[in-house]
Design a protein around this ligand. Structure first.
Ligand code: CAA
Length: 383
């Protein structure tokens, strides 16, 4: 058993850590205060390969795996969670699905654009009345001559209105439940496609989130991904990887909060000594460090297994569940260590807490992760 990351990945990790400090850190607080989609810095991430980590080099990506993506997302998230979630989604959902299930013509058309960050990808599964119960989606894809017509509204779409390529899940056979869902690529600007205003959110402000509406939007048949009725299963499969990405993001935000708390606890004095000397603070730091380490190990193990071709539905959900809840607990503890200053926008820890909060919600709430884990346990134990 070897817990050390491969040398080349360690080199890349150092390079991304330096990049994030140099290019992302100067903008993070300002983007939080005045949200806008961070195109200039995303372009730089694209130039570094960070928006196509798992896509083969022949298609403009880095040709690495899920572990590499997790390690790099942690580095980005430790500086700015908004950049990390945009990167996680475009790498992990539309792009990995295109890679796995796309036709040669579809790959030719879109893969390089996504992998290089020239285009950002978005994933349209959630609807206003279908979040956790994703198979209850009602967006309809009606067959017409040469393709389909889409009607319906998607909600909470990361990079909505900014991304150029949308993977949309829609019902081709409403009577068939999850098996009646198909997946379609739709380019921004398609007739009948429109976007709602940016949602006002607690955190991750620069990762613009909107609704996406389809009113009789025509999609040619060659923009369907895979076969009819395969969409839900493909989407669930890609969420196995996506959830590892979100878990890595949570670890990154938690690490930033933990490191800020350790530094502050050494500097801040009360009653004649650094507050770190008090057990009330030092035990907190010990618990934060332990949770952080456990979360990262779950993330790396799930990613490592996925890179070896195992199905990681359970491990990805365990990593997402634990890391996201750890991130909320760790960022909250960091605010407590900072005392009143932790509540002030003068320090970054209140932003870390706000940015961490959504990680227990998106890509499946903690409750959904528990359902997924328990269903996998049943499969194992009832065999
Ligand atoms: N891999 C492969 N296949 C899978 C799978 C997986 N991980 N999970 C389910 N499937 C298959 C099942 O085997 C089943 O196939 P069969 O028809 O052959 O039996 C089919 O998919 C339907 O599965 P279920 O019966 O388990 O479906 P369900 O309706 O009970 O729902 C659920 C399952 C796990 C609760 C699912 O609805 C779910 O994950 N909900 C949460 C939705 C979610 O995570 N949304 C995230 C949106 S994306 C996002 O947030 C991105 C962002 O912006 C940051």
């Amino acid at each position: 058993m070897d817990f050390a990351l491969p040398e080349d990945l360690q080199d890349l990790q150092r390079a991304v850590r330096a990049f994030a400090q140099r290019e992302l850190a100067p903008h993070a607080a300002e983007l939080d205060r005045h949200p806008r989609f961070p195109w200039p810095t995303l372009r730089k991430m694209g130039d570094m390969g960070l928006l196509g980590v798992m896509t083969p080099e022949a298609h403009g990506g880095l040709g690495l795996g899920q572990l590499a993506l997790a390690v790099l997302l942690e580095e980005v998230a430790a500086v700015d969670a908004s950049h990390a979630v945009i990167a996680s989604v475009t790498n992990g959902l539309p792009q990995s699905l295109l890679l796995e299930h796309g036709s040669d013509a579809q790959k030719e058309r879109w893969l390089e654009k996504l992998a290089t960050g020239a285009w950002i990808g978005a994933f349209c599964l959630t609807e206003p009345q279908a979040g956790s119960d994703a198979a209850a989606l009602t967006t309809r894809a009606t067959r017409v001559d040469g393709g389909y017509v889409l009607d319906g509204t998607k909600a909470w779409i990361t990079s909505g209105g900014e991304a150029q390529l949308y993977l949309v899940l829609a019902k081709t056979d409403p009577a068939a439940g999850a098996r009646g869902v198909s997946a379609f690529f739709v380019e921004k600007g398609a007739d009948g496609m429109s976007f709602g205003p940016p949602e006002r959110k607690l955190g991750q402000h620069a990762a613009i989130t909107t609704s996406v509406r389809f009113d009789g939007a025509f999609v040619p048949e060659d923009q369907r991904l895979g076969s009819e009725g395969q969409g839900f299963v493909m989407a669930m499969g890609s969420l196995d990887g996506g959830r590892i990405g979100i878990a890595a993001l949570a670890v990154g935000v938690a690490r930033a909060a933990f490191e800020a708390a350790v530094r502050y606890a050494g500097e801040r004095h009360a009653f004649g000594q650094a507050i770190r000397e008090y057990q009330g603070v030092s035990f907190k730091l010990a618990d934060m460090a332990t949770r952080l380490e456990a979360a990262r190990l779950l993330v790396h193990k799930a990613a490592w297994l996925k890179d070896r071709g195992y199905r990681v539905t359970m491990e990805a959900s365990m990593a997402k569940l634990f890391a996201s809840e750890a991130a909320v607990a760790i960022t909250d503890a960091a605010v407590q260590v900072f005392g009143g200053y932790g509540y002030s926008a003068e320090y970054p820890v209140e932003r870390y807490l706000r940015d961490a909060r959504v990680t227990t919600l998106y890509e499946g709430t903690s409750e959904i992760q528990r359902i997924v884990i328990e269903r996998q346990l049943r499969r194992e134990f009832d065999r």
